[in-house]
Design a protein around this ligand. Structure first.
Ligand SMILES: [Zn+2]
Length: 236
């Protein structure tokens, strides 16, 4: 996806990003997409600076002062704790995708169940998987919190905005934290629908033409966003 050539240069104030991260962590917890110490969320404040959730505390309870500032090499610039153990995955995404300004990693139970079963969301069945996420590939298992996880994700990074991590969880990205969070919620909702259809015993796929029309709509929406990079609104 050539959106990766768009480099995020506008700076986002730390205070507003911190408020948004804390809010999204609460929403993830309330929606059951994380539990205990699961999950991590980050925002790119400037081209080479991110703000990320810390290792340790339950993410549903974190405060703005708990957040950690890092440069894209992982050097800590601010904050008193240490960054989330999954920060390597976040850094790799920001290094490879100049268009990404936010990353959400959670353990959505239904979507993750598909990942445990070895299933992805690449078939043309639901418009949200195609239009919103660019299809969701299954990333081969790698030990959480290690560079192997970022390495496993890397081949899939350019073409998708959502990723199922086998036997682990899911990650979504976006040009805003609002959109990255919506993509996570959308993936879980679509996973519930897929589970229902499978339980009913039949999954009717879209036709190739219907799938192609959604892919074309996605490309138009991405191109429109590139022409108006400051537009934080969603495409649909
Ligand atoms: Zn995880």
């Amino acid at each position: 996806m050539d959106a990766s050539s768009t480099v995020a240069t506008t700076e986002i104030p730390r205070a507003s990003a911190a408020r948004e991260i804390v809010h999204v962590c609460r929403r993830l917890y309330q929606a059951g997409l994380i539990a205990g110490r699961d999950g991590n969320v980050s925002v790119r404040l400037a081209e080479n600076v991110i703000l990320v959730t810390p290792a340790g505390p339950a993410k549903g309870d974190i405060a703005e002062s708990d957040l950690i500032e890092l440069d894209l090499t992982g050097r800590q610039l601010g904050g008193t704790g240490s960054a989330s153990s999954e920060v390597g995955m976040h850094l790799r995404i920001y290094q490879r995708r100049g268009d990404v300004r936010a990353v959400v990693h959670a353990h959505p139970p239904v979507a993750t169940g598909f990942g445990v079963a070895g299933l992805d969301f690449m078939d043309d069945v639901l418009p949200e998987f195609i239009f919103y996420l660019g299809g969701v590939p299954l990333i081969p298992y790698a030990m959480p919190g290690t560079p192997a996880l970022a390495d496993a994700l890397e081949p899939y990074l350019a073409a998708h905005d959502g990723f199922l991590l086998a036997n682990h969880g899911a990650t979504t990205v976006g040009p805003t934290l609002l959109l990255a969070h919506q993509r996570m919620e959308s993936m879980e909702q679509a996973a519930r629908i897929m589970l229902t259809a499978r339980t009913l015993g039949r999954v009717n796929a879209l036709s190739p033409e219907q799938g192609d029309a959604l892919r074309a709509a996605r490309q138009s929406a991405l191109a429109a966003r590139r022409m108006a990079p400051e537009d934080a609104g969603e495409d649909r």
